[in-house]
Design a protein around this ligand. Structure first.
Ligand code: SF4
Length: 142
């Protein structure tokens, strides 16, 4: 029988060094969920084929562009699809995702100008999960 997870979580919230800068953003109580086997960690950007470290990306006009001006949308879409597949495979209905990320942000993202400007919006993975009935919770509200 498949392991039963309550949550899917952004891997960078539980100690995995997968962020664009090669660092983690560990939140102890979320890491604890993983350590206890209650949460499944995934980094959609790594799943989508992007390296660590990588050039940061922001969303502009529905495309995901990095600081070199390269269009990485296909990687983000691939990672989002893989994340949704995992939720379906394990029948997971809740995801705790890292706020402000172009993949995982669920309330705020950066505006695409690389000037540290936040706008209301959501990342590619957060949006796909919500569209498919999965509850997405920001780590800031968990
Ligand atoms: S894509 Fe999500 S899990 Fe991966 S580093 Fe960014 S915020 Fe964390």
């Amino acid at each position: 029988m498949k392991h039963k997870y309550e949550y899917l979580v952004s891997a960078c919230l539980c100690g995995e060094k997968v962020r664009y800068d090669g660092k983690t953003k560990t939140v102890d109580k979320i890491k604890k969920l993983v350590d206890e086997g209650k949460a499944l960690p995934i980094c959609p950007e790594v799943e989508g084929g992007l390296p660590v470290p990588r050039h940061p990306c922001e969303i502009k006009d529905e495309r995901v562009i990095n600081t070199l001006g390269e269009d990485k949308t296909h990687n983000f879409v691939k990672g989002a699809n893989r994340t949704l597949e995992l939720c379906n495979e394990y029948n997971i209905k809740k995801a705790i995702l890292k706020e402000r990320s172009p993949s995982c942000g669920s309330n705020y993202i950066y505006d695409g100008t690389f000037t540290n400007t936040l706008i209301k919006g959501q990342g590619i993975t957060a949006r796909l999960l919500k569209e498919n009935g999965i509850e997405v919770i920001s780590e800031e509200k968990f």
